[in-house]
Design a protein around this ligand. Sequence first.
Ligand code: PEP
Ligand code: MG
Length: 755
Amino acid sequence: MLTANNTSVSRRLLGRLRDVMAGSGSPQERLDKVVTLIAADMVAEVCSCYVMRAGEVLELFATEGLKKDAVHKTRLRVGEGLVGDIAAHARPLALADAQSHPNFAYRPETGEEIFHSLMGVPIIRGSRVVGVLVVQNRTMRHYTDEEIETLETVAMVLAELITSGELVRREELVPVDGNALLPLRLEGVRFNAGVGLGVAVLHRPRITIRRLVAEDPDVELERLKKALTAIKNSLEELFSRPEMRDGEHRDVLETYRMFAEDKGWLNRISEAIMTGLTAEAAVQKVHDDTRARMSQITDPYLRERMHDFEDLANRLLQYLSGGDSDAAKGDLPEAAILIGRNLGPMELFDYDPKRLRGLVLEEGSATAHVAIVARALDIPVVGRVKDVLDKIEPLDQVICDGDNGQVFIRPPDDIRESFMDAMGQRQQRLAVYARLRDLPAVTCEGIKIGIHMNAGLLLDLQHLHASGADGIGLYRTELPFMARSSLPDVAAQTLLYRKIIDQADGKPVVFRTLDVGGDKVLPYWNPYDEDNPALGWRSIRITLDRPAVMRHQLRALLRAADGRELRVMFPMIAEVSELLQARRIFDIEVEHERAAGNPLPSKLLVGTMLEVPALAFQMEALLPHVDFVSIGSNDLTQFLFAVDRGNPRIAERYDPLAPAMLTFMKRVAAQCDAAGVSLSVCGEMAGRPLEAMALLGVGIRNLSLSAPSIGPVKTMVRSLDIGALRAYLDTIMDLPDHSLRSKLKSFAIDHGVTL
Ligand code: PEP
Ligand code: MG
């Protein structure tokens, strides 16, 4: 919080800085004057300005108080010494006794040994640290938060001078890859499948703020207010569009709307205006501060929220500096690949989705709001592509390969052609799969295989009928919970589940109860920081401990069914008693509905997921209590092999086609068969043709997979003779091999199975 006194100090300082910056003299002379001015104003014996040069080196560019000979000689690497530390972490440092800090690096040429205290702030432009501004005192001075704030504000004004290109050539400030103009292949993470080819459009190139220091804070506050109103109006307009009527992307924007009213954020901007900044400079400052601080935070939810603020800040800046956000739409090339650090949920709507062939992000996660929106718009997304913005120029050719989580920049002709071919073939395959739609999933010997679809968004339902799936084998109910800012109540849930059942149009839907925790973090509900979240308080453990949440969800499901069939499945059951406890809660809800005179489902089927190996050792006790079992191979692999499913370092270490996994599946299949209980597999394994083939070989007869995998898996089913495969598997299941993958592949080739 800034005090009135501090506010006037920094406003006075800013006023003087403005005069110096606008005055005569070379950039170096102006910088020299600036450090003298700051030292005097902040009552510091030293004020130094370090500027980032090529190669991540911070060079002393101007100083008041240190030896002048050191200017342009003293250089520190990012991370080296306290100055390097400030740059590396993009955060301020204030130390009463700097020399006792472990990172203190003594440079004799500066003569700084006589100064004990040090306060430094990063000079940030956009997301880059372009320098460090430091003050030092002889005494062991304790710098206050207000003084840090003042220095940060000054640093922001200085950033303008540093990045003007007058002090250091602009090319030096933007680290460009040595091979910038050569073709590049960059690895990332698949956030949404699909492949797109187009030219690079850099997401809203940074707005240059021309006016930093204001004459009259009241005028600036009024401008801020106007800008906020304009943004709220455009949000309202967005909400009124037909495509926004329902779906999870609407929830995402509801959450965003809340952020636009966040008091803390708005207050910080107003306070920054009161220090003498213009409205746009204040927005930028608060935004840079937030970003620098948030970049230290590892909590994925909080990091994602930062991008909501980022989106808002960009929008405000655009408005305040007279930009027109519609320009992005108008200028968009026919086939564009949008490249950005990260996008807020609303920003994708600024571009014409018909022209967007892909989205490449430096950051983000598959559950980020923008990824949810991109899925809704069917745009391939590759995320976490390190430093892509530094390696790409606007209008470069780009291939966004969402299927394999990779990006090709300026691809050579042969790669481009092979991708065009692949895309052409893909189109042809899609046409073949579309023709398969109405053909049954039956093996060569006439065994019917149930092919169901996995879903998690209302928008996925459109694929149910297009793909010819038998029904929805897994409806992950957690996404709407994750997209909102608070728990959806019974009415909201009923509405959503009713739409799902309506749109399934008579095809069965298996609703899985809330499966959060682990990597699926609920924004409003993350009370514990756990060492092993995958093994922690998650999924059924949460809903059994918080039965009201479970009861509300079950009540909503019963009401949504409205007299039709209802299938409910409980996730991550580790022992029969947990299932019984969940069933008892369900019974209470059924009674509740009966007593209220509400219609009960015509048929009620209750099942369990088998994801925790312990449950497989209680099959006899379990099977009389369930109508169906579904193996979640993602979590099962994690628990069977003790291998964290989110850790890329060990992602390839074990193979689900290992003898242990297939033996496990075979036993469970035999037990379910004997008890007459339907069994399916609904993890990623079921969606890969070779893995799906192996599952059929060990006795599984129902698969639930994502929509794009249905065509390939159905093709495999229709070319397979399960009898021959089973006989072959019997000969190899007991081998001590790490994996049976290559043997199964050979089987498929030898027996004409289409993979
Ligand atoms: C699984 O674990 O295999 C599964 C289907 O559930 P989720 O991926 O949602 O954890
Ligand atoms: Mg799971």
